[in-house]
Design a protein around this ligand. Structure first.
Ligand code: NAP
Length: 483
């Protein structure tokens, strides 16, 4: 599904008419004389203005952003979890431009993407994110900026650098970038081995304010990465979070260190994480066994080159007899189905559904195998039969996003065309609630993109020759075959 974004004239109108008028919801306290400069900035970006020109353009005092509100965290109090609707809690409004710290940059966001953490933020589960902002607010002078009655969310972005702080060395205005979401304090000693081990590591746009689902974003310079030149803005924006996470889980020495010939069971293999995991296993010489939940998704995986696919809905696995009791015979049935497809048990299980699948994942992993987990979508209080873990010398390993180097390497593979974006649909920023709803209800495949400043899809390709060499069909597999 591809829905248009507001035109440039609509943007101008929104800026000049809606900005700070008394009848318009706005977090900006300043008078209406404060005109937004976003339309001029957008024109300059679209015209490919040099960085020096961009650096001279005035920044707006406020910008449009998708946000959730502190005074609304109770709106779903009586609503069962699956029925909580992001369309009720996500708003698109004007917010004031925050001050920039010396190690930060302002990015004009051309496109962003929905991640599952956007869904968590919007349904205030497992916790409202305002607690994270309050903690960050207590940490330092610059941290205090984040503790606000609204939270601008979003943990992915592609765009153009508009300004850099005085301590930034590697980036300058005009740079075309993607943003990864690891928000790390480099004064924490632990950050200097693996920054994911830093005690105050945070996910930008989830545990910090000023995220990517907006016309402007405030990021640390060490979140910036080059934009893949052959991709559109929306294709470039969809990779940062889940591609880097899948890379760490499977490829990095901090993850499962997959090797050639490894069999890897991938839950949600056409989802945001799984769509990259399948590609990493294939390109690393492994054998992916993808689990999905519809014939359309089976077809999509086959198109990606994943030959062994299980439709979990068609198979009708019932790992839980009831809320408290698991059924080992169902784990066994899954194990048999995997062996029937690839002849052996998985060396690695790529886990994220959590409570519903973890018992089965521990059971089906090979003797000495690894279950690598980064999430628990269906519940985080996990149960598995420990005998299968210790007697067969299996390992459960936790993984969380990626450090800068891992994100950079994963981005490099996208830049070279070795890994493809998995964008299946794009929504305008004004419909961000609907986009999050699609992900919450598992109605999507791959990633859903969001056009922020980009006036339409298909813009931002700087290297059409590389795109042609990689092949349009490969770059757009999920869009062609997605629902
Ligand atoms: P996604 O795009 O929604 O994909 C998840 C897939 O999992 C779905 O497409 C679905 O596929 C499958 N699934 C959902 N519930 C399931 C269940 N009960 N049993 C089996 N399969 C199930 O989400 P995502 O971006 O891949 O993220 C998945 C989870 O990882 C989320 O909880 C997210 O917050 C987390 N995450 C964590 C990190 C981290 O750094 N720690 C990073 C990224 C994501 P089928 O219906 O086709 O089977």
């Amino acid at each position: 599904m591809d829905l248009g974004a507001p035109s440039r004239s609509a943007l101008t109108q929104a800026a000049s008419e809606a900005h700070c008028r008394p009848n318009v919801k706005c977090y900006h306290g300043k008078p209406a004389a404060n005109i937004s400069h976003m339309p001029e900035i957008l024109d300059a970006v679209l015209a490919g203005a040099p960085g020096d020109d961009l650096a001279k353009m005035p920044l707006p005092d406020s910008y449009r952003a998708a946000l959730v509100k502190k005074d609304e965290v109770g709106i779903f109090a009586d609503v069962p979890s699956p029925e909580k609707d992001p369309r009720r809690s996500m708003h698109v409004e004007e917010v004031p431009l925050p001050e920039m710290a010396p190690d930060e940059a302002y990015v004009a966001v051309m496109a962003s993407a929905i991640n599952f953490n956007t869904v968590w933020s919007s349904v205030f589960e497992p916790l409202p994110t305002f607690g994270f902002l309050e903690r960050l607010g207590r940490e330092s002078h610059w941290g205090a900026r984040h503790d606000l009655p609204y939270h601008v969310i979003g943990s992915d972005a592609s765009g153009v650098v508009l300004r850099v702080g005085s301590a930034v060395r590697s980036w300058k205005p005009g740079d075309r970038v993607t943003v990864h979401c690891n928000y790390v304090d480099d004064q924490d000693p632990m950050a200097h081995d693996d920054s994911m081990l830093a005690s105050n590591e945070r996910i930008w746009g989830y545990e910090t304010n000023f995220g990517g689902l907006a016309h402007l974003a405030l990021v640390r310079a060490n979140q910036l990465m080059p934009k893949p030149a052959h991709l559109t803005w929306e294709e470039a924006a969809c990779n940062g979070l889940t591609n880097s996470t899948a890379y760490r889980m499977l490829v990095s020495r901090n993850g499962a260190r997959m090797k050639q010939g490894d069999i890897v069971l991938i839950w949600g293999a056409s989802g945001g994480l799984g769509g990259y995991a399948v590609q990493y296993v294939l390109s690393g010489g492994g054998i992916p066994v993808g689990v999905v939940s519809s014939p359309e998704k089976v077809k999509l995986l086959e198109e990606l080159g994943c030959r062994a696919v299980i439709d979990r809905k068609a198979a009708g696995y019932r790992f839980w007899k009831d809320e408290h009791t698991q059924d080992e015979s169902e784990w066994r049935r899954l194990g048999k189905d995997i062996r029937a497809l690839v002849g052996e048990d998985p060396d690695i299980v790529f886990e994220h559904p959590g409570r519903q699948t973890m018992g089965a994942s521990v059971f089906v992993a090979k003797r000495g195998g690894m279950i690598i987990t980064c999430a628990a979508t269906s519940g985080y209080m996990i149960e598995y039969d420990n005998r299968h873990l210790w007697m067969k010398l299996k390992t459960i390993k936790g993984s969380h996003f990626a450090n800068y180097r891992e994100a950079w390497e994963a981005n490099g593979l996208i830049c070279r065309g070795a890994i493809q974006p998995i964008l299946s649909a794009t929504y305008p920023l004004e419909q961000v609630g609907e986009a999050a709803y699609q992900v919450h209800r598992n109605l999507h495949e791959g990633k859903i993109g969001v056009l922020c400043l980009a006036p339409s899809q298909g813009l931002g390709i700087d290297d059409p020759e590389l795109r042609a060499r990689i092949g349009e069909d490969r770059v757009t597999t999920f869009r062609r075959l997605g629902a």
